[in-house]
Ligand binder design. Structure first.
Ligand code: SF4
Ligand code: SF4
Length: 136
C-alpha cells in the first residue's frame, strides 16, 4: 500500500552531516520532497519533508531513523500565537528549535515568525497560558 507522510526530522549534532535523506531514497525506496530545512542554535538539524512510498518501506525507514537517533514527528497542520493570551514570559523561546519565537529588544516582547516555524509543537505544552495553539 502506497503512503505519503509529511514529517519533521530532528537530527542530533552527531548525525547532522550524514546523507540520511539519500539513504532513505536508496535503501528504503522512499521519494522525498524537502519543504524546509534548518539548523538551530543548538546545532540540531531540522528537515520538514514529504516522504512517499510503500507502507512497509516507510515503517522500515522509521526504524532506521530511530536507530540513528533521529526523531521523526508527523507534521502538524498549523500553529498560531494567540496575542490576547501571551504574557511574554519567554519560556517558549528556549524550546523552539528554529528561532521562530524570539524576544524583541529592549521591550522583550515575544514575537512569532511563522515563516521559521516547522510546526513541531514543542512550544504548545511549554506555554503556561496556552497561547500557542494548534489548528488542525
Ligand atoms: S510561553 Fe506562551 S506566554 Fe510565554 S512568551 Fe511564549 S507564547 Fe507567550
Ligand atoms: S511549533 Fe513552536 S517550537 Fe516548533 S518551530 Fe513552531 S514556534 Fe517553534
Amino acid at each position: 500500500m502506497k503512503v505519503a507522510h509529511k514529517v519533521v526530522l530532528h537530527f542530533p549534532p552527531a548525525v547532522v552531516e550524514q546523507p540520511v535523506i539519500y539513504i532513505l531514497s536508496r535503501d528504503y525506496n522512499l521519494a522525498f520532497n524537502i519543504l524546509k530545512a534548518t539548523i538551530s542554535q543548538q546545532e540540531e538539524g531540522i528537515i520538514v519533508l514529504e516522504l512517499s512510498g510503500e507502507d512497509k518501506d516507510f515503517k522500515r525507514a522509521s526504524k532506521y531513523l530511530k536507530k540513528q537517533g533521529i526523531r521523526l514527528q508527523p507534521l502538524l497542520q498549523d500553529i498560531r500565537k494567540n496575542e490576547d493570551k501571551c504574557v511574554h514570559c519567554g519560556l517558549c523561546i528556549a524550546v523552539c528549535p528554529t528561532d521562530a519565537l524570539l524576544a524583541e529588544r529592549p521591550s522583550m516582547k515575544v514575537n512569532f515568525n511563522a515563516d521559521h516555524c516547522v510546526v513541531c509543537g514543542e512550544c504548545v505544552p511549554t506555554c503556561p497560558v496556552r497561547a500557542m495553539e494548534l489548528h488542525f
